[in-house]
Design a protein around this ligand. Structure first.
Ligand code: HPA
Length: 247
């Protein structure tokens, strides 16, 4: 059987890839506990893909309870070398409008208390990884090129601020994040990206802007209905992007 071309970690709004021909589903056990669900092996065209829904297929695992270590460990054990993470986010800066698709290039981590490293027990020596560029540029470029082929508009670059959730942020928290240099806010970008780096996987994110972040839109409050509506609309483009990436 051919090698797996890439893995997709689906975020809110993406619990399956339409157009992927499913071959089989696999339960993977890891030393770090259970992943978010079974891994779906399938084909897009003649390329092998593997998919997992980060929040579970029933969308019942909140961002701070996702077992990021198990998901990333399992992907590597399946022989995956490239991971495309799909993530719903709020938009902070002007270009990050609801329904935009963004390929971020930096991260600021505001999460806490998550199992965020593989390098903490049974080590023969203390281990650090370089994380200056948290996303793999080659994979980012593949995504950007795939979008060009299908005339899909992607925003190239942006800083993803990863928050703890599951509540959304206050307007003051978003103002602070903007001063820090964040363009986007989401709850799942870390420790996922860091763990992928620790295991030597290529990792890039396609962020789907679901709403203006707190205090950035015209409305006093963020509407969950609007979030789901925007995600629903944008996922058509995400599926197209993944299809083109596989071809
Ligand atoms: N904040 C954090 N995570 C999110 C948001 C947000 O506004 N929208 C979608 N995911």
């Amino acid at each position: 059987m051919d090698n797996i071309e890439f893995a997709v970690i689906g975020g809110t709004g993406l619990t399956e890839i339409e157009g992927m021909e499913i071959i089989h589903r696999e339960v993977v056990h890891t030393p770090h506990g259970s992943p978010s669900g079974q891994f779906t092996h399938g084909m897009i065209g003649d390329k092998r893909i593997v998919f997992v829904a980060r929040h579970g297929y029933a969308h019942n695992i909140p961002p701070h309870k996702v077992n990021y270590r198990a998901n990333i460990w399992a992907l590597r054990s399946l022989g995956v070398s490239k991971v495309v993470a799909i993530a719903a986010v709020g938009g902070i800066t002007d270009k990050m409008k609801p329904r935009a698709l963004v390929i971020p290039d930096q991260i600021i981590d505001y999460t806490s208390g998550r199992d965020h490293t593989f390098f903490e027990e049974g080590l023969s020596s203390v281990t650090h990884v370089d994380f200056s560029q948290p996303y793999t540029d080659e994979l980012r470029q593949h995504l950007l090129n795939a979008a060009k082929k299908t005339d899909l508009e992607l925003v190239d670059g942006g800083t993803y601020g990863a928050t703890q959730g599951p509540r959304l942020e206050t307007a003051a928290e978003i103002s602070r994040m903007e001063r820090d240099g964040c363009d986007l806010v989401g709850m799942t970008g870390m420790p996922e990206a860091g763990l992928a780096r620790e295991l030597g996987l290529s990792y890039a994110c396609c962020a789907v802007v679901a709403n203006w972040a707190a205090g950035k839109g015209d409305e006093e409050a963020i509407s969950m209905d609007d979030i789901y509506q925007n995600l629903d609309n944008s996922m058509v483009n995400v599926r197209e992007l993944l299809k083109t990436l596989a071809c």
